[in-house]
Design a protein around this ligand. Structure first.
Ligand code: ADP
Ligand code: MG
Length: 382
């Protein structure tokens, strides 16, 4: 059983609560990602798990056993940091061998294990070098090898890829996922990068201001965000968040089940935030209208919602085009304060219509793809 649970963990510096009431339980051999903006408390949590922070409230259990008081070295875990933390005067071999030496393994056993793990991470030809003679990517692979060679039950990684360039980050990400699949360990991985979180995690805990906003599978995090923070943190560009009133939503017929939920919505005093992802906003292309017609939908079909915007900017990213606009007054609940909207459309659709700055443009969407949030609490209500 390789299962860790954090129960009601809080930590303050002076009177400043930096994490609050963190509850997080892994399954057996699960890959958990902690993601959140800088300062949200990710490193604090991982340091508490590692045993590097002693002064905190709550329980940490490993396979059910309380480990609050255990020294880091007795926790059967390895940690990998952003800055690699290699010993500069030791060779790659000696760096990787170090944890085994501490454990008191015999020289030939150490050599065996180091060679095996070096092979796994393509470090065989670098074993005699010093860290200064390595690239960033190679250093990080040595740090991973040093963590792996201990064969711990728990891997903790704190932004291990942040110092690498984009291409290397993407390939090392795959390597980490592969190492996870090959080992019988639980991984807890910290990052501020939503792509890393989505691609690596079996489940993702999203942190903001020291609190878990949602702990769920990547699919649910993306498709069922619990609040406006999660909706806008995951996805690029972020989910559009538009200020609306119940009355305006009903007038524009923006939301599928607004009538059944109207009583509930009235209770929100009429102030709501609508969320719609940029990738769900479509242009009125011949192809789209043709598909809808073929499927038996008319223009007035109840599933089709419309926002009209005045285009403020067009960003052609090659594969995709971002169309930025400001809601037209008739399509806004707050004509004196018009929300900005961004649509992410494919090149083919863009080329058909070629919208330009200043132009009025209709953005269509399936009304079932809209999220509704309470404006005050920011929590999802549908
Ligand atoms: P993250 O890793 O998500 O960027 P951290 O866990 O490092 O966030 O920090 C969370 C908060 O705790 C931040 O506001 C940070 O300034 C504060 N903090 C971290 N370490 C200390 C410390 N030793 N003393 C005081 N405040 C700290
Ligand atoms: Mg950190």
């Amino acid at each position: 059983m390789v299962q860790i649970s954090l129960n009601n963990i809080s930590k303050s510096y002076d009177s400043n609560k930096v994490i609050e009431a963190i509850n997080l339980s892994s399954k057996d051999r699960e890959f958990i990602v902690l993601v959140g903006p800088s300062g949200s408390g990710k490193s604090t949590i991982i340091r508490i798990i590692a045993g590097l922070e002693k002064d905190f409230e709550g329980d940490i259990r490993f396979a059910g056993e309380l480990i609050n008081e255990l020294e880091p070295k007795d926790r059967n875990l390895s940690m990998v940091f952003q800055n690699y933390a290699l010993y500069p005067h030791k060779t790659v071999f000696e760096n990787i061998a170090f944890p085994l030496k501490i454990k008191g393994l015999k020289a030939n056993e150490i050599k065996d294990k180091v060679q095996k793990v070096a092979q796994k991470l393509s470090l065989q030809d670098l074993l005699t070098r010093k860290p200064a003679q390595l690239s960033g990517g190679q250093k990080q692979r040595v740090a991973l090898a040093r963590a792996l060679v201990k064969e711990p039950k728990l891997f903790l990684m704190d932004e291990p890829l942040s110092n690498l360039d984009a291409k290397l980050r993407a390939s090392t990400r795959q390597e980490i996922r592969r190492l996870y699949l090959e080992h019988d360990s639980t991984f807890i991985y910290v990052t501020h990068d939503q792509i890393e979180a989505m691609s690596l995690g079996d489940r993702i805990a999203i942190l903001d201001k020291g609190r878990i906003q949602q702990f769920d599978s990547p699919e649910n995090i993306y498709h069922n965000p619990a609040n406006t923070f999660v909706a806008s943190f995951i996805g690029s560009p972020p989910c559009n968040l538009l200020n609306f009133t119940v009355e305006k939503i009903m007038e524009l017929n923006l939301f599928e089940s607004i009538h059944s939920g109207a009583g509930l919505l009235k209770a929100q005093e009429g102030n709501l935030t609508i969320g719609i992802r940029p990738e769900y906003l479509k242009l009125r292309t011949k192809l789209l209208m043709g598909i809808l017609a073929d499927a038996g939908f008319s223009e007035e079909d109840t599933r089709l919602g419309v926002f009209e915007v005045i285009v403020t900017n067009v960003e052609n990213l090659g594969e995709l085009v971002l169309i930025h606009g400001r809601l037209s007054p008739e399509y806004s609940a707050h004509p004196d304060n018009l929300d900005m909207v961004v649509a992410k459309v494919n090149n083919q659709d863009f080329n058909e219509l070629r919208p330009i700055i200043g132009q009025k443009l209709e953005l269509l969407f399936d009304r079932s793809t809209i999220y509704l949030f309470d404006k005050q609490s920011k929590q999802r209500i549908s």
